[in-house]
Design a binder for this molecule. Structure first.
Ligand SMILES: [Zn+2]
Length: 381
């Protein structure tokens, strides 16, 4: 089968209006993480799109998270997983200040770029690829809690990934449509420090300052950074103490850790666990840890990207790759050793920002590219 002879770009371009409509329709249904009712409404709309593509939808309910959506297209012996999420970071009511609207060739609105356009692109991709599939079964898994760490969906994602020859993630593309073949892993920690309070003037020696200890701990963490390997540590929130004339009994910090390499994740985990108080009268209590391992550009990722690049060439598209410091559910699947390609969603800008939008002209080619990648994987059996 010659992918270039299938007219995938035209087939997708002919459906551009419905692609824009689908994205706008989903963006008009606000769906913040954790709001089960709102997520349910959005799930209904996505299920209708999947139904329209001939993919019966199964709901996988999880307490506090609504229901994740799973759908299968085709019945081949090899599975490819299309991964996405429909929760957003935008609270209910955002639409009033940030309405879904088309201006200057861009579709604006909350969740358009991250990542409701990606879902519409994925669904169109399977729709146009479907008649040409030979031995491939396409599994769609669209989840409700990616923006809050995927606590209720991680097991599902990993189970589906283990059963898959490849995972395609429809998160937003890098500028210009560049695919993501490396993502950092993310750790979120909270450090609680308990010292001993005392009068700062009368008996300072009786006290053990939680704030001084925390400051020293932050410097110790800072010294663990290795930016040349992609490892950075940010104490982004600190609090503590009660009054200036009181030696502080409590202090706390919230810390974000980013790593590019799994070895670095292990090094930081061990180093944090070994951090001891400078003042033996002070107690340290850690919470949290790594939510997502890094998506490393290993041979499994490189091979899938090479195939995507070739598939793009058959369509006349120049497909390139890049890295990002943000994590996604693709981090889970790549860490299992399953070939994973991320950033297959829309071209646009403003994820989690007021100017969030997608470039309308590019949407249909994104679907054509994903369809071509599916067919190339199928042909590579
Ligand atoms: Zn996202």
């Amino acid at each position: 089968m010659r992918i270039d002879a299938l007219g995938l770009r035209d087939a997708c371009a002919n459906r551009r209006d419905s692609l824009v409509e689908a994205t706008a329709g989903l963006a008009r249904i606000e769906s913040p993480s954790g709001d089960e009712a709102a997520l349910g409404h959005c799930a209904d709309a996505i299920a209708a799109l999947l139904d329209g593509a001939g993919a019966p939808v199964e709901r996988v309910p999880r307490s506090g998270a609504g229901a994740h959506l799973r759908a299968t297209i085709g019945s081949g012996s090899r599975q490819v997983l299309l991964l996405g999420h429909f929760d957003t970071v935008w609270p209910i009511g955002t639409l009033a200040q940030m309405p879904v609207a088309i201006r200057d060739g861009r579709l604006h609105g909350p969740g358009t770029f991250d990542m409701k356009a990606g879902l519409a692109i994925a669904i169109l991709a399977v729709t146009v690829a479907r008649p040409h599939l030979r031995d491939l079964r396409v599994r769609c898994l669209f989840t409700t809690d990616e923006e809050i760490g995927s606590g209720t969906s991680r097991d599902l994602i990993e189970d589906e990934a283990r059963a898959s020859a490849a995972v395609l993630v429809f998160e937003p593309a890098l500028p210009g449509g560049v695919l993501k073949t490396a993502r950092k892993g993310v750790g979120t920690y909270r450090l609680d420090v308990r010292g001993i309070s005392a009068h700062a003037g009368i008996a300072p020696e009786a006290g053990a300052s939680a704030i001084t200890e925390l400051a020293l701990q932050i410097l110790a963490m800072h010294a663990l950074q290795a930016p040349e390997r992609g490892t950075t540590i940010n104490a982004g929130v600190v609090a503590g103490g009660s009054r200036s004339n009181v030696v502080a009994e409590h202090a706390q910090a919230e810390i974000d850790v980013r790593v590019s390499e799994a070895d670095e994740q292990a090094r930081i985990e061990q180093a944090f666990a070994a951090l001891a108080p400078h003042d033996p009268r002070v107690r340290l209590a850690w919470q949290g840890g790594f939510e997502r391992p890094p998506l490393e550009r290993g041979p499994h990722v490189q091979r899938l990207f090479a195939l995507a690049r070739e598939a793009g060439e058959t369509l006349g598209l120049d497909v390139r790759e890049g890295a990002t410091g943000g994590a996604s559910d693709g981090n889970f699947t790549a860490a299992l050793g399953v070939p994973t390609l991320d950033g297959l969603g829309a071209i646009g800008d403003g994820a989690h920002a007021r100017h969030e939008h997608v470039e309308i002209a590019s949407l249909s080619d994104r679907a054509a590219l994903a369809a071509a990648i599916l067919l190339a994987i199928d042909a590579r059996a």
